[in-house]
Design a protein around this ligand. Structure first.
Ligand SMILES: Cc1cc2nc3c(=O)[nH]c(=O)nc-3n(C[C@H](O)[C@H](O)[C@H](O)COP(=O)(O)OP(=O)(O)OC[C@H]3O[C@@H](n4cnc5c(N)ncnc54)[C@H](O)[C@@H]3O)c2cc1C
Length: 376
């Protein structure tokens, strides 16, 4: 039996670990375009970017672990072809056969043409190399313009302010993160960054002149799932690779997880594609079991976290396309802006909690998770 894992990111690295931990002793090949062994990306906009944590802390394992566990790890190698009918992939000029395949190809930052055209140095943040480049610019006290006040844009902003840079952020929405958090909680993030001296321009389209004034433009306007391989292989793709409850694609021997997986979530009752750390880990574990012969559904609720300045947040659940009726807040929203206070928030739809978060209240991690689906 041969299992091939395409994409050596967090999900790919977790899947091969779980397969070996659970006793799978067949052939196992892990193929990744990057030169590094699998690593976690959250530190790239937080502890590693701030210079607090070494890159070793972000690795799923040291490189030698793969050989020690009989994983045929092929870094700096891109899979360029997949033929599900023949059970074959093409990678680095070689053709490799498989019995089961896992796609974990992640995503790529969306590019912003105006920034490229403005002629100002422009950076994106996805890889270790990207983070290294930002670190150098921040150390030099550069004047930074951030385009997009999403999670990456705001974390980069916090790191740049921490390094003493002057930062202007442009966001076309009226509030940062408003699409995910709604106006009540999004306002907290606007206040937080302004309290830290950020020039936050909301509801404002950025112009070429704005960009030209910067030493470095950092673009954080979202990512696109890397689905080309799946698409050309004839797998069903629609905003990600379509997978069933068990993370299986339209081909029964090919699974997909992490940022690329558009998952038919059995308890939410709708499709979700989650571009977050925990989903990459937990879906990879479930897929590993299923690659080895199980038939487990993936039922975990979406979860994500962020760290910005002294604010730490965890969010669990999902507000559906019909939105929410109200947000119940326990605590004082303004207390987290300057005083490291804390609060919990619960998004309620038809009397039931559909999503919840806490800020700086680490005892609440389980409380918020357990609140989902209860009446409040
Ligand atoms: C800077 C940053 C900070 C983040 N912070 C947080 C956070 O605080 N909280 C949170 O919940 N989430 C965070 N995330 C999101 C989280 O890191 C991602 O959701 C997670 O990395 C997804 O894992 P993945 O394995 O699906 O994809 P990836 O980590 O993108 O890995 C995919 C890998 O596959 C490789 N690949 C692609 N195509 C091929 C191919 N054809 N052949 C071979 N290899 C291929 C890619 O090069 C890449 O190495 C952050 C992301 C970034 C970039």
């Amino acid at each position: 039996m041969t299992i091939i894992v395409v994409g050596a990111g967090l999900a790919g690295g977790t899947a091969v670990t779980e397969l070996r931990d659970r006793g799978y002793d067949g052939r196992l090949i892990l193929i990744g375009s990057e030169s590094h062994p699998p690593y976690e990306r959250p530190p790239l906009s937080k502890g590693y970017l701030l210079g607090n944590d070494p890159i070793e802390d972000a690795l799923v394992h040291e490189e030698r672990w793969y050989a020690e566990h009989d994983v045929d790890f092929r870094p700096s190698t891109t899979v360029t072809g997949l033929d599900p009918a023949a059970h074959r992939v093409t990678a680095g000029g070689e053709t490799l056969g498989y019995d089961k395949l896992l796609l974990a190809t992640g995503s790529t930052p969306r590019t912003f043409r105006l920034a490229e055209e403005a002629g100002t140095p422009t950076a994106y943040l996805r890889t270790i190399e990207d983070s290294d480049r930002l670190k150098v610019a921040f150390a030099a006290g550069a004047k930074i313009v951030v385009v997009g006040a999403g999670w990456i844009g705001l974390e980069v902003t916090a790191a740049a302010r921490g390094a003493g840079c002057e930062v202007t952020v442009f966001e076309q929405a009226e509030l940062p993160l408003v699409g995910v958090l709604g106006p009540e909680i999004a306002q907290v993030f606007a206040d937080l960054h302004r309290a830290h001296g950020v020039d936050l321009r909301l509801g404002t389209p950025v112009t070429a002149d704005d960009l030209a004034a910067a030493d470095l433009v950092v673009v954080g306007i979202g990512v696109a799932p890397n689905t080309e391989l799946a698409e050309t292989a004839g797998l069903q793709v629609d905003d990600g690779v379509l997978v069933d409850a068990q993370l299986r694609t339209s081909d029964p021997d090919v699974y997909a997880v992490g940022d690329i997986a558009n998952h038919d979530h059995p308890t939410l009752g709708r499709r979700v594609r989650v571009e977050h750390w925990e989903t990459a880990i937990e879906q990879a574990k479930t897929a590993a079991h299923n690659l080895a012969g199980a038939a487990e559904p993936y039922e975990r609720l979406p979860y994500f976290f962020t760290d910005q300045y002294d604010l730490g947040m965890e969010y669990v659940g999902s507000v559906g396309p019909d939105g929410y009726d109200r947000v119940d807040v326990d605590g004082d929203l303004s207390s987290v802006v300057t005083d490291q206070g804390s609060f919990r928030a619960f998004w309620v739809k038809d009397g039931t909690v559909v999503a919840a978060l806490h800020v700086n209240d680490w005892d609440a991690s389980e409380v918020i998770r357990e609140s989902i689906g209860t009446r409040r």
